[in-house]
Structures are given as C-alpha cells and as structure tokens.
Design a protein around this ligand. Structure first.
Ligand code: URA
Length: 239
C-alpha cells in the first residue's frame, strides 16, 4: 500500500480530491481566491504543487485522502469499465465521489460475476495485472456438458486458443460437481476461461471469480455490494 504524494499535481485536482468537490467547483474556488499555497493566494488552477507545499482553502488545511482499495461482488449484467455511453458499468454501484477516483484491476466479462478489485493506486493494480507476475485467479465455471478426464488434462497442461499460437499456461482444475469446475489460471487473456473450455469442445454457461492471488471474495457481500479492503487483504493478493 502506498501513501499519496502531491508532487506535480495540479492545484484544482488536489483541491477536488482533498475536499470531494468536482474539478470545476475546485477551479471556481481557486479563481475566486479561496485557496492559498504556502501562505500566498494562488488563482491559477493549473498551478503545479511540489511535495511538502501547504494548501489552505477557506482557512482549512487540505490533505489528500489515503489510497482506496475496494472489493466488489460484481453481478452479471454490468460492464467492467469506468465509463460507457450506452451501458451501465460497475462504477454505478459506488457513490459518485469514489467512482470518480478508482479504476478497475483486471476486468470481468459483462456476464461474469464475482470478485472485482478497484483502486486509485496504479502501482498496486499493476503488480496484480502485470503478465510477468502470473497472479493466480480462481473461477468456478458452470459448463454446458460434463468435462471428461481427457479435456481436464488438456486444460491442465495448456490449450491453444482460437486465433492464437501460444498455449495457455498450465492451469489447476478441480471438479465441483458434474457440470461445475473450479479453475485457477495465471494469465489474463481476453475471455480466457470461456475460450479455454471452448478449445476442448465445451461451453461456459456461468462464470464466477472467487479469488485473486490470496484474496477471496467476502461471502458476506451480496452481488452488487462492496467494501474497503484491510491492509492485510491488500497484501494477501500477492500471497
Ligand atoms: N475469463 C473469461 O472468459 N471471462 C472473464 O470474465 C474472466 C476470465
């Protein structure tokens, strides 16, 4: 987890993040002379802050809030995107002030449910999603047909996905029941789980993400609910 620095940040962005007002409200506030930096009034919204500078607005010292780390139980039917002109996104589940700050850490398909992480800490999300890190993601897939041992062994070894030439990295599979399989993968290719089962002649009818690294979806969160992560949970992702 990081602490947040203000080095190089525009004054209007800083005021907006520190107080929760919109960027345009922050600009108006600054232009009207309500904001000072190190004791001098600054009316330029683009003023670039350095670390250690002291910002005061209407007599109150401002500070950036700490970084945000959230887990969300994504329901089926919402896009994993920060904005979309036509469809509702997962950010519609958050209060506006939080939604304006966070980005999504590793998307899920519109029809996939389960654990989705959101943050405003780019380093943390990069450590989770960087392909070289091979962070494990665990899904439960409901299938159109029962999976035979040969298909299971192929998926465990790695399969070549349609329109690709490199086989998937080895996966771990476990039968849950006749039609449901738990699958752990360490890559994040486009529609990877659905395409892996398609590669062995099957079809995913429901997909749910249970875990990312060492962090499991909180069973107390109903679809659509979210909560902040604890410091231990932020670290557990890398376990
Ligand atoms: N694999 C998929 O096919 N879909 C997801 O949403 C996640 C992994």
């Amino acid at each position: 987890m990081q602490t947040r620095g203000q080095q190089g940040m525009r004054l209007d962005r800083f005021v907006s993040q520190a107080t929760g007002v919109s960027r345009s409200q922050a600009r108006t506030w600054i232009r009207r002379g309500g904001v000072s930096v190190d004791g001098a009034r600054v009316r330029d919204a683009a003023f670039s802050l350095a670390d250690g500078m002291h910002v005061v607005a209407d007599g109150e010292t401002l500070a950036l809030p700490g970084p945000l780390y959230l887990m969300l139980h994504k329901p089926c039917g919402l896009l994993s995107a920060t904005r979309d002109d036509r469809q509702d996104t997962v950010l519609s589940l958050l209060p506006d002030a939080l939604a304006a700050r966070v980005h999504i850490v590793g998307r899920l398909d519109k029809d996939t449910s389960g654990l989705l992480l959101l943050t405003d800490d780019g380093d943390w999300s990069h450590r989770i999603t960087a392909p070289a890190r091979h962070c494990e993601k665990v899904y439960v897939a409901e299938l159109a047909q029962a999976l035979d041992d040969a298909a299971m062994a192929s998926l465990e070894r790695g399969v070549v996905l349609r329109s690709e030439s490199t086989p998937t990295r080895p996966a771990r599979l476990q039968r849950v029941d006749d039609r449901r399989v738990r699958i752990a993968i360490t890559e994040g290719r486009y529609h990877q789980v659905r395409r892996m089962f398609a590669a062995v002649g099957n079809r995913v009818t429901l997909l749910h993400r249970e875990r990312i690294g060492g962090l499991s979806l909180d069973a107390a969160l109903a679809p659509g609910q979210w909560r902040a992560l604890t410091a231990d949970e932020c670290a557990a992702v890398f376990a």
